[in-house]
Design a protein around this ligand. Sequence first.
Ligand code: NPW
Ligand code: K
Length: 461
Amino acid sequence: MQHIYYEVGSLDKKCYEKFALTEDILMEHAASSIARFIEENFEKKSSVLIVCGPGNNGADGLALGRLLYKEYEVKLYLPFGAKSQMAKLQKNRVELLGLTLHEEISESDIVVDALFGSGLNKDLDETSLNIINTLNQLNTYKIACDIPSGINIKGQVNQEAFYADTTITMGALKVALFNDEAKDYVGKIEVANLGIQRSIYEEKTNIFLLEKEDMNLPLRNKKNSHKGSFGHLNVIAGCKKGAGIIAAKAAFGFGAGLVSVVCHEDIDLPYHIMQTHFLSDNCTAIAIGMGLGKYETEEIKTILAKEIPTIIDADLFYEEIILEKLKSDVVLTPHPKEFCALLKLCEIADISVIQLQKDRFEYVSKFCNKYPKVTLLLKGANVLIGKDKEIYVNSFGTSTLSKGGSGDVLSGLIASLLAQSYNSLDAAITANLAHTLAAKNYKKNNYSLIPSDLVEEVKKL
Ligand SMILES: NC(=O)C1=CN([C@@H]2O[C@H](COP(=O)(O)OP(=O)(O)OC[C@H]3O[C@@H](n4cnc5c(N)ncnc54)[C@H](OP(=O)(O)O)[C@@H]3O)[C@@H](O)[C@H]2O)[C@@H](O)CC1
Ligand SMILES: [K+]
């Protein structure tokens, strides 16, 4: 997994104070990394429009122009002139080279957005907004320097932002790039080394970007085993029984030795899934909440009181009876609307989904600080998995998954791993990676996935 930071100013400061690097050196590396990307991906003589803002993001752009000059057709556009000291220095350098500044935006093979970076500190004025809208309409390859202009350091897009094909971010990964609102704008993300290796530049953090290698599938290594070796999951089915059945099927496909659906009425189940009216004696994990609807409160209380690994989803996030369970090691998988209800129930915040989506990291932190034993998986374009002080980000999410039933598959996958004795955090991480990577591997068009397709893809991982 890779490290993610709320800000990198303190890491830059370390470079100056501890390693005697200067701002100029860091900036030269920032610009060189974009130059290298262009040289590796585009033919010489291609035209490169670089839109430079008044601060150091613009200064990066000016330095890039200097590096590409002569080999590429460089068009520098500085709509606000150069205001920061570094921007003035870089502007002087390009002028000494004989590079002339352009007065307007024109079609080019590549556009580099170096308008605003980490210094975006207010709403975009009309001029900036017009520039960003015009750039977005160009039919060219788009590169954002550090962060697409219009996205603030929290990852919020309050008006509009630059739609990048690639973002080359300076020094280290930032939270701003992984808020859901930023997802459509950042494109592919690359990290530029600023003069020392990333492992030296970076410090300890408690936010991590998950990678495929972090997925620890429940592959069976022991030859001497039997079905009981892989646990017995009980899925509690409520009024919308389909949800529980989807979860049960996914859990079975992900390695649980036995799966039973707990339901009072007789239901049609595949032959390999059992039905029971009450919790099984040898139950090793419980999945509850999906499609539950109105269920007998006392019965839910009894189930939740069991000291058996449990995943809670959906309807239960609206019910006070789960509050006691939050003091224990349990997995919760709310989508944003359910998480807002939960935050209210827990008296942490009374906010709308829109407010939550603007500050997903903050509310996950608040919740996990209050309930450090809980593993919280907040669904979204980038899933956040929080446990105590740590947050893990899964950026493999795709709109292919935006369907009824996808969440039930995820609950089933997590529950399956809980039944197979994974700890809560490992179960949430591996199941969520499996869920998103399976969706990514699905070959048909991105609107057609149904839960059984997803389970089939999980089986092929
Ligand atoms: N630190 C380092 O060592 C390194 C830093 N590096 C680079 O520096 C970047 C950060 O530079 P930065 O701090 O100068 O901020 P930046 O993003 O250029 O914006 C500030 C300017 O924009 C203006 N402005 C802001 N919002 C606005 C708005 N809505 N509408 C209009 N104007 C607005 C703001 O105006 P002011 O607030 O002064 O009125 C100010 O003039 C960082 O992203 C990375 O690319 C790399 O080279 C690596 C080494
Ligand atoms: K930018």
